[in-house]
Design a protein around this ligand. Structure first.
Ligand SMILES: NC(=O)c1ccc[n+]([C@@H]2O[C@H](COP(=O)([O-])OP(=O)(O)OC[C@H]3O[C@@H](n4cnc5c(N)ncnc54)[C@H](O)[C@@H]3O)[C@@H](O)[C@H]2O)c1
Length: 342
């Protein structure tokens, strides 16, 4: 997308995070001013977050505040001072498995923190609030591809439940205060500057160090792995398309994807599920070494397969993710070698 965005000031939470770093770069490339917010939580190596942040703070148009979004007064003050037109809310306690270990971290960042963002948008009107949801909201759904028009009311982890709660909380604020909100269900995002807690990062590290990898449920597990550049492109396009309220929507028609309020949700996925064994083979090719595999059963909270229906996304912004895993993983491994000097 080459044309200039329709907005000039974006407040972006989770700016030191993986997706936030990439989206901020894309916005700065387009001349948008970005106020980044992050609390630099040590859930994974803070040095990687700091390295992302150092890149961003070196650029014109970027400013940063270290704020925990569950601190509403600090969030409110940042909104008052910066007056964002668009808010892109990516800060969250991420990770499915960690939500079994430390559930309260999810309540603090994903529920209380999300409420701070909604309240700040209520008291400082914005043109559009875009926020990260997750493919994990589909939980126990077995019908594929996963569609926004199907229900998503059977989460199988607390992480997923908090993300689904965000969609519902956003709906109430869109309805009550006419805040246009768009929720984005990302499907397993990977790429350069990625997250050390995710499998592709751990596999690459272990393979390059000659150590074994733990492979859960290789025979049946498949994921709609989505390259971060595709996620970034979709977010930037959608940010300029706030949903409109539509009073003609019939509240009796049970379509979970539509509303009379200015509220939408979109899948952002590659629409190409890949089995875990093929994914590992692509990492092996990119590393030029074979993995030593330790096979383990599926983990509690994991779903066996994810697969995005992206018809709504394509209809809305004329774009759908399409980077093949071989291309995306080669970029990731190349970044990894360069960043860690291997
Ligand atoms: N990466 C994926 O595969 C994926 C898939 C689905 C959904 N998501 C969602 O997308 C968003 C971005 O994910 P990511 O992969 O970049 O994760 P990330 O962990 O790299 O980034 C999230 C950032 O939010 C910050 N943060 C966490 N709690 C905070 C708080 N209370 N206050 C302020 N900052 C806080 C963290 O320090 C981190 O830098 C998250 O909402 C995540 O749940 C990611």
């Amino acid at each position: 997308m080459d044309q200039a965005p329709s907005f000039e000031r974006v407040l972006l939470t989770g700016a030191a995070g993986f997706v936030g770093f990439h989206v901020t770069q894309a916005l700065l490339d387009k001349g948008v001013q970005v106020l980044g917010i992050d609390n630099l939580t040590p859930y994974y190596d803070p040095a990687l977050k700091q390295a992302r942040l150092d890149r961003l703070t070196a650029r014109n148009g970027f400013s940063f505040e270290q704020i925990d979004i569950s601190d509403y007064d600090a969030v409110q003050a940042a909104f008052v001072a910066f007056r964002p037109q668009v808010v892109i809310h990516l800060a969250a306690q991420a990770g499915v498995r960690y939500s079994l270990e430390n559930p309260r971290a999810y309540a603090a960042s994903n529920l209380d923190g999300f409420l701070s963002i909604l309240e700040a948008c209520r008291h400082n009107p914005v043109d559009h609030l875009v926020y990260a949801s997750s493919s994990s909201v589909y939980g126990a759904n077995a019908k594929v591809p996963f569609s926004e028009h199907d229900g998503a009311d059977h989460p199988v982890s607390l992480y997923a439940a908090t993300k689904r709660a965000n969609e519902l909380m956003a709906h109430s604020y869109s309805h009550l205060y006419a805040i246009p909100t768009t929720g984005l269900r990302f499907f397993t995002v990977y790429g350069p500057w990625g997250r050390p807690d995710m499998a592709y990062f751990k596999f690459t590290k272990a393979i390059l160090e000659g150590r074994s990898i733990d492979v859960y449920d290789e025979a049946t597990m498949s994921r709609d792995f989505t390259y971060v550049d595709d996620i970034r492109e979709a977010i930037v396009r959608l940010a300029g398309k706030p949903p409109q309220a539509n009073p003609s929507v019939d509240g009796r028609a049970a379509d979970p994807a539509t509303s009379s309020a200015a509220w939408r949700i979109y899948n952002i996925g590659n629409h190409t599920p890949v089995r875990l064994d093929r994914f590992i083979a692509a990492i092996e090719d990119a590393c030029g070494r074979k993995a030593i595999k330790r096979h383990l059963p599926a983990q509690p909270g994991d779903v066996p397969a994810t697969y995005a229906d992206v018809a709504d996304l394509t209809a809305s912004v004329d774009f759908q993710p399409s980077t093949p895993i071989e291309t995306g993983l080669a970029s990731f491994v190349s970044w990894y070698r360069d960043f860690y000097r291997i």
